[in-house]
Design a binder for this molecule. Structure first.
Ligand code: PA5
Length: 446
């Protein structure tokens, strides 16, 4: 079983011949990626990551995870953007939906910090941690990002007050650059267990490094299977795999053809609420990779059928500038059948004995047809089940397609110069040392 891609429902909006014409270009850009001859070629470490992770790497991560699992009821993952979304997307997809409410847990609760600057959020997190044994995985490639640095300073203090400086050291893991950054300096000085984010792997492509693998292992999931799934897709999206079988090339071409036809917004729709954060990861991957030089598809996401009762109206009848990519899970892990009710006051007896997922699948099919009729092209990606192996496939598929797609668009998919603008203003407003002149300037604008 593999994930599959179906683009049949775009052909009333783009010509098959345009997609075929784009195929050669996609192949060429796939080769460009592998030759390292395109824009941003310093950041291609993710390309062969799945096949180059060794058993020893995985064992080391699993051992560190075990230390945290044995000591901690709660592990706080501190990071923002690519430094937390990959882990969160996989953990949420694989966890029981009511996970944090379970008593007698086998696995630590994973919570997140440093992904915002909400004072209430951090205060409530401190209160939650007050009577828990906890540890921290602090992730920052640059080691200088304000949000996680601020949260870590606060949480480190809480942990040291609680268990003492020495014990705190054994419950903190730092994942950062090999040589640079404040987090690197701090971790060296304190003697924290450290993992390196390779120089040539950007944040949003880092889920298959310890950035994603350590939190996922701490949460109790099988990182070996995740990597195996990704390695399968690495092989199956290589340039020597023909376009007809190469899902990454097909997806990259299709979305660019739709973009050329004025479909400027791609909505990733799931019919399984566990994929909510997977869509957040996807939004970052594509939004940060392609939204530059005044171009790029805008990435949005919806949870169906929930959002069919809100954004569904817009999707059906709003401005026709969108297309939809549906992430469909073929087989849910559990079975719930519709029960019989003698009185049938709700009129649902016609469904007796059917799986809840059958109803969901009919909603999915009905939605697809309605949206296509309403002028929304539809791409369908089906994943056999929510498991580590298939999530690994899906992750690598999207990463590979993103690299190809960015090159088709003509941008460098591996930089993010636009992220700096808000930081510069924030530092100027905060009068950070080194920003004194900017501080004076910005004050005049207020
Ligand atoms: O994809 C990216 O590069 C960004 O989203 C970063 O991951 C994010 O800004 C966090 O950066 P850092 O890991 O350096 O703290």
């Amino acid at each position: 079983k593999v994930i599959s891609l179906n683009v049949d429902k775009v052909f009333s909006f783009v010509n098959k011949s345009d997609i075929q014409a784009g195929a050669a270009l996609a192949k060429q850009y796939n080769e460009t990626l592998h030759k390292g001859s395109g824009k941003g070629s310093d950041f291609l470490g993710w390309l062969n990551l799945p096949s180059s992770i060794t058993d020893a790497d995985l064992k080391d991560i699993a051992d560190t995870a075990q230390v945290l699992r044995s000591k901690c009821e709660v592990v706080v993952v501190v990071g923002i953007g690519g430094s937390y979304l990959g882990a969160k997307s996989v953990i949420e997809a694989l966890s029981n939906s009511f996970d944090w409410l379970q008593k007698d847990r086998k696995n630590p609760v994973i919570v997140y910090a440093g992904q915002n600057i909400g004072e209430d959020y951090v205060s409530e997190l401190i209160a939650y941690l007050a009577d828990k044994s906890f540890g921290i995985i602090n992730i920052s490639k640059s080691g200088t990002t304000t949000e996680p640095a601020l949260s870590f300073r606060i949480l480190k203090g809480e942990l040291e007050r609680k268990v003492g400086k020495e014990e705190a050291k054994s419950r903190i893991v730092a994942i950062t650059d090999a040589a640079r950054g404040a987090l690197h300096t701090l971790a060296r000085k304190e003697g924290y267990k450290m993992y390196v984010i390779p120089d040539n792997v950007g944040g949003r492509f880092s889920v298959l490094t310890p950035v994603g693998l350590l939190p996922i292992a701490v949460a109790g999931f099988d990182i070996q299977k995740l990597v195996q799934g990704a390695a399968f897709m690495e092989k199956n999206t290589a340039p020597d795999v023909p376009f007809e079988k190469n899902l990454a090339e097909q997806y990259a071409v299709t979305r660019n053809e739709l973009y050329k036809k004025g479909k400027k917004i791609e909505i990733l729709a799931n019919f399984n609420p566990k994929l909510h954060f997977f869509a957040e990861w996807w939004k970052q991957l594509y939004g940060e990779s392609e939204g530059k030089e005044n171009k790029g598809i805008f990435n949005a996401a919806v949870d169906f059928t929930t959002d069919l009762h809100s954004m569904g109206q817009w999707i059906q009848e709003g401005e026709r500038s969108i297309f939809e990519t549906v992430l469909s899970v073929a087989n849910p892990a559990n079975t719930v059948l519709v029960p019989k009710d003698e009185e049938d006051l709700d009129g649902l007896n016609f469904l007796v004995g059917k799986r809840v997922d059958f109803v969901n699948k009919m909603a999915e099919l009905g939605t697809q047809l309605a949206h296509v009729d309403g002028g929304v092209p539809n791409i369908k990606i089906e994943i056999p089940e929510l498991s580590e192996y298939y999530l690994g496939q899906l992750i690598y598929f999207f990463e590979k397609a993103c690299g190809i797609s960015g090159y088709i668009l003509g941008v460098n998919p591996f930089d993010q110069p636009g992220v700096e603008a808000y930081k510069k203003n924030m530092f100027a407003l905060l009068n950070k040392p080194g920003f004194e002149k900017d501080h004076e300037e910005i004050q005049k604008r207020l």
